[in-house]
Design a protein. Sequence first.
Length: 129
Amino acid sequence: MPKIVHRVPSAPEPLGPYAVATEAHGFVFLSGQVAVDPATGRPVDGDVVEQTHRVMQNLGAVLADLDLGFADVVKTTIFLADIADFPAVNAVYAGYVGDDPPARSTIQAGALPGGFLVEIEAIAARRAR
């Protein structure tokens, strides 16, 4: 199966030369999402809790556009500007991924583009149809 680059209408426009989502061999790789309002293309003001909600909403919208959901996500990586935000981000994240969460890594980045406080990327697996 060749790589498929998906066009995702509900996602914020990429901030650089990358695809929002690519698919290969039954896996869908979602680029990191930050707290950008897809309707306006503008950053969402607020603390790490508000930014994390927007990030998870953006990921959910991308998944929905691809006929997937959080239950299909098998791995995420969370990038934090400050690891001290881990408990707050973890609490928001838990509300989206449910009782069977994916594997996950969380790291503190030196800084995130645009001064964002959190960025999350995901890998989803298509179910056999």
